[in-house]
Structures are given as structure tokens and as C-alpha cells.
Ligand binder design. Sequence first.
Ligand code: PKZ
Length: 223
Amino acid sequence: MDFRIEDITPEEIDRRLAVVEPLTDSVRDLVDAVIRSQVSDDELQAAKATIDEVVASLRTRQRPGGFGTPYTREFIGMPWGNAAVGARNAIAPPLRVTRSAGLAECDMVLGAAYEGPGGCVHGGVAALMLDQLVGEAASTDGLPSFTGTLTVKYLRPTRLGALNARAEVTGREGRKTFVHATLSDDDGVTVEADAIMISPKGFELPTGDALPPPANSRADRDV
Ligand SMILES: CCCCCCCCCCCCCCCC(=O)SCCNC(=O)CCNC(=O)[C@H](O)C(C)(C)COP(=O)(O)OP(=O)(O)OC[C@H]1O[C@@H](n2cnc3c(N)ncnc32)[C@H](O)[C@@H]1OP(=O)(O)O
């Protein structure tokens, strides 16, 4: 796993986020536009040529592998490639998670890019959102955890649109943390999940303190 240190200041994090967040938003918009566009085939082909040019320019200098999760010396994480929260990842809705002891919560809007059954959220996407939330709830006491087991129960179809996700720690036993999570629409819970999260053996934070909130967005940095 990539836990590299990047020795940068909070101001430099903000500066980088101010550049990449709008870019990622535009790519997100592009994904949605491609799915829902009703322009002609000629216009679609012209769009492809334009997009290919942009991709080629971005590939002139490229990091090998994934983005990883760099940390500052103050242990602020920058998981900007993360599939649920990453500031540089257009696949991420992105989730803006609020945390308190043993609790993680967020509102989100899942649009056309997250469709499984027609008009509904893909079951794997629902599991992805809940996996992130259980990870964040389990980590609020300072140690990161891996998902060991995630059991997902789909109670009824989740319509695309505005949703809320919530995860709460229900117990701890040695390195194991038990977490219950829900995904809800305006009418109540559509998906629930139970997770067993495991802290890595012998892992200690360099500071010995609780993790500061990760810097996934300028909104997080304002907290
Ligand atoms: C202020 C706030 C700041 C907040 C700041 C937040 C920042 C941070 C947020 C990050 C949020 C990311 C959220 C994404 C979360 C993923 O997506 S994680 C990726 C998916 N998961 C993985 O890839 C995990 C792969 N598996 C593994 O690496 C290893 O199997 C594990 C899970 C680390 C366990 O390995 P291990 O430590 O060698 O386990 P082991 O010593 O054999 O067993 C320890 C105990 O766990 C149990 N156990 C082991 N494996 C499992 C299992 N799979 N299932 C259930 N129990 C198990 C054992 O039975 C044993 O129990 P006891 O005997 O103690 O009762």
C-alpha cells in the first residue's frame, strides 16, 4: 500500500484542490453528458476527437499505478484517487463525509452514472458508498481499518437521486470494529450493511493521536 509522505502545507493542499476539484467536476459532467446526450452520431464522433486530444495532453506526464494516499507530516491524508471520495476521481460522486466519534454520515446525489436496474442505483455502487462510510466510522478513533467482511442487504430498489448514508460503530473487540450502515432515500432505508473492520497488525500512527480529517475537498478543509 502507498502511504507516502508529501511535505506540504495546508495552504498548498488548498491551492492544489482549487485546481483539481473544478477539473474533476468537469469530467464528472462529461460522463453524465455522454450517457444522456441525444446529439447526432457526427456530433458524438467530433466529441470523441476533442476528448482524445485532452486525454493525450494529460498523458504526456503520468504517475505510474494509482494516486495512492499521500500524507502530510501532520498526517492529513489526501486520498484523491479514492473511488468514493477522491478529489481527482470523477467516478466518485464525491462523498462529503462528516465524522464524529464512531459515526460517519453524508448526503449524496447519485445520477445517471450510477445506474444499475433502470432508474435505480447499481447494487455494487450502493455497496461502495456504504463500504467507504463504514471505513470512515471505524477510523474516527485514530486507527485506519480494512473491511474484512461487508454484508449488504438490499431492502428495496434505490432510485437515482438524493440519498443519505450513515454508519455507526456498534462494538469493538481487539482489532475488530463492528459497524452498521444504512443508505436511505426520503421514504427511509433502502440498503443496510454490517461490516467487520480490522485494524492492521502493529499499525500505529506516527503522532499517536487521532487522525485529522482527510483533505478530500476545499469544503473539508474549511471544517
Ligand atoms: C477524525 C476522523 C478521521 C477519520 C479518517 C478516516 C480516514 C480513513 C477512511 C478510510 C475509509 C476507506 C474505506 C474503504 C475500506 C476498504 O475498502 S478496505 C479494502 C477492502 N479490504 C481489504 O482489501 C482487506 C483485505 N484483507 C486483509 O488485508 C486482511 O485479511 C485483514 C482484513 C487485514 C485481516 O488480516 P489479519 O490482520 O492478518 O487478520 P488476523 O490476524 O488473521 O485476524 C484478526 C481478527 O480478525 C478476524 N478476521 C480476519 N479476517 C477477517 C475477515 N475477512 N472478516 C471478518 N473477520 C476477520 C479474525 O477472525 C481475528 O479475529 P479474533 O480471532 O481476534 O477474534
